[in-house]
Design a protein around this ligand. Sequence first.
Ligand SMILES: N[C@@H](CCC[C@H](N)C(=O)O)C(=O)O
Length: 278
Amino acid sequence: MHFSKWQGCGNDFVLVDCFKENVDDFAAFAKQVCDRHYGIGGDGVLYVLPSDKADFRMRIFNTDGSEAEMCGNGIRCFARYLHDFGLTEKEAFTVETGAGILVPRLQLEAGKVTGVRVDMGEPVLEGEKIPVKGFGMDRVIEEDITVKGQDYKMTCVSMGNPHCVIFVDDAEAFPIHELGASFESHPAFPRKTNTEFVEVRDRQHVRMRVWERGAAVTLACGTGSCATGVAGVLTGRTDRKVEVELDGGKLMVEWDEATNHVFMTGPAELVFTGEIAY
Ligand SMILES: N[C@@H](CCC[C@H](N)C(=O)O)C(=O)O
């Protein structure tokens, strides 16, 4: 089987083009190939699929084999794959995802992709829809959560997938490896959660580290950066346009007041192509 390996801010993915390749079990394949010792290595697998609603369909599976509704760094890599490997000549196209139909736009210089800006749609803020238990259709802004005996204030946002944003004084020092899994599987989150630990540097800059549902600590999370941008506005900490500094790079996030849509801009790079026995 032919595959390509991509990264966006160090969040890395194996991409399989299902127009050309056949995978029997998407979940089992993701678990197998994401393994960094026995597989190709990656934070997830992106499957390129046909769609009857949009130009293409993207499905994303985490390293543990769970399927996520959406992946922000993944959709930029997906978009660049479509362009670089000749599946589309369009600069902007529609992609069906578990978070609805989203629109990536390639940033081109002399025919080469320098970045991708994605219309990530509207954030979902109603507790029941994120989902977070106990808030009905109310927003979950600076609400209490206790994890391993310690109290935190959480702000929850869905970008199609669930996010819990915790503002901290020092993101570098936060014990993410010790506590991340306890946030992920906290009973407040019926579908588990991604958790972002965010230090506000100023109104236009934040430092974010992430524990991802189904993948543990990763170097970056695109949907998590968008959720952070929204949480920054909801809590009055940041402006609507913010640079998010991640372990693996930087993303620009803008929550547009007129449309209520979130826009994310950042890199997408091919790491290598290869073949695997399957
Ligand atoms: N890294 C991604 C998010 C991938 C899915 C996530 N782990 C989940 O289960 O929701 C991103 O860049 O958004």
